[in-house]
Design a protein around this ligand. Structure first.
Ligand code: GDP
Length: 412
């Protein structure tokens, strides 16, 4: 059965990961996303150990993001399930597992350092999993921050065509906003990180913004046949064509949309969220998940992202919390409800679904059911481990195990 992408609520879900080199600002970006979406009301700071995703004390102690926590938030009528992925190279397995359950990612770079070795290795892992990405050049407020240099390092070291869709307004300490090159408007933030209404592009930046819009159109036309056609016919690209082409290029991996900001100063987060909705795929836009029958003799099967199809879910993280043993699940197809009996195809035993929780930062909201495409935590599973497949007892399926990471060779 074909699922209608227009009416299906799954079209408004984004399973998103934030990928970064340690220290590029992944935790701060995550924190600011939760703040901007109203998920948290107090701004946590990394240095005092109060950030919401880093709620595990071991993690606080180490000051690096070790455990993947999935947090749900809403933006412009969409649900964003934010899956935290460890940036530290020692946790490659965990990165691998979280990449498996994402549909798209934001790669965060430091505006001074550009692409760093770990950003490169995580980028390659995401390539292997075919995870579409957009880039966020963070720390634009730092001395020595330079968007163009960071963009050049993306081109040289990661190889997709970088497609900057913003022009910074001000530099370093004076970085106050961006020109949105798609809509040709200025987006600025005050000292408290409050967004002003979109405004006309300042006179002094008009020529440079027009030049960069032209460069963006040319780069897109070169990569996208549909856009090239319009470009040849009219000599330019309309904003609608440009946006659609950027979405296609993001999903094919041929280009990477680049945005910038300063997470610390709360600048650039709202446009980043808009870009996540505009360019990154929903669970309906990604290929159906594949697996084999329980006894591995039934051949390969596909399961669509359809709540009415038999259940296929992957456990990608288990954590002991005061609420109990939480198993984070990515549902690929089917539906789960509290009390359901499911088959753990990995441990080959029956499991019962306990409470289903949507994790909202540091609290859990209980929900009655979860459907294909969603990410939730379930209480009460006994056998499931990270990597286990849960499926319908009468339609057994073993999902393909996550790929074994190849050794990463730096091209630096
Ligand atoms: P992670 O290791 O990638 O999770 O990075 P963190 O979010 O922990 O940030 C690393 C350090 O960079 C912290 O001290 C942050 O306060 C700082 N930081 C994060 N974002 C910015 C930013 O936009 N500008 C500046 N100047 N510092 C930032």
């Amino acid at each position: 059965m074909r699922v209608n992408p227009v009416t299906n609520p799954l079209a408004t879900v984004r399973n998103l990961g934030i990928l970064a080199h340690v220290d590029a600002g992944k935790t701060t970006v995550t924190e600011r996303i939760l703040y901007a979406t109203g998920t948290t009301h107090k701004r946590g700071e990394v240095h005092d150990g109060t950030t919401v995703t880093d709620f595990d004390s071991q993690e606080r102690d180490r000051g690096i993001t070790i455990f993947a926590a999935a947090v749900s938030c809403t933006w412009a009528g969409h649900r964003i399930n934010l899956i935290d992925t460890p940036g530290h190279v020692d946790f490659a397995d965990e990165v691998e597992r979280s990449l498996r359950v994402l549909d798209g990612a934001v790669a965060v770079f430091d505006a001074v350092a550009g692409v760093e070795p770990q950003s490169e290795s995580v980028w390659r892992q995401a390539d292997r999993h075919g995870v579409p990405r957009i880039a966020f050049v963070n720390k634009m407020d730092r001395a020595g921050a330079e968007l163009d240099a960071a963009v050049a390092s993306i081109r040289e070291r990661l190889h997709p065509a970088p497609l900057p869709v913003q022009l910074p307004i001000g530099a370093e300490d004076g970085f106050t906003g961006v020109v949105d090159l798609l809509h040709m408007q200025a987006l600025t933030w005050d000292d408290d990180g409050m967004a002003a209404d979109p405004a006309p592009v300042p006179e002094a930046l008009r020529e440079e913004a027009a030049r960069r819009r032209r460069l963006l159109e040319e780069a897109v036309a070169e990569l996208h046949p549909g856009a090239l056609e319009e470009f040849c016919d009219t000599g330019s690209l309309g904003t609608g064509t440009l946006a659609a082409a950027l979405r296609d290029l993001t999903r094919s991996g041929d280009g990477v949309v680049v945005l910038c900001g300063s997470a610390y100063r709360n600048r650039g987060i709202e446009p980043l969220l808009d870009a996540v909705l505009a360019y990154l795929p929903s669970p309906l836009d990604v290929p159906p998940v594949r697996g084999t029958g329980d006894d591995r003799e039934d051949g390969e099967q596909e399961r669509p992202a359809d709540p009415a199809a038999p259940l296929a879910a992957l456990a990608f993280k288990v954590s002991a919390t005061p609420t109990g043993r939480l198993t984070y699940l990515r549902l690929y197809s089917g539906t789960i409800e509290k009390g359901d009996t499911v088959w753990d195809a990995t441990a080959r035993r029956v499991e019962r679904i306990g409470r289903i929780l949507r994790v909202r930062a540091d609290r859990h909201a209980q929900v009655d059911r979860a459907v294909a495409g969603d990410i939730v935590a379930v209480v009460g599973l006994k056998s499931a481990r990270a990597g286990s497949t849960l499926c319908a007892p009468d339609a057994p399926l073993l999902l393909e195990p996550p790929g074994v990471p190849e050794p990463v060779v730096s091209v630096a």
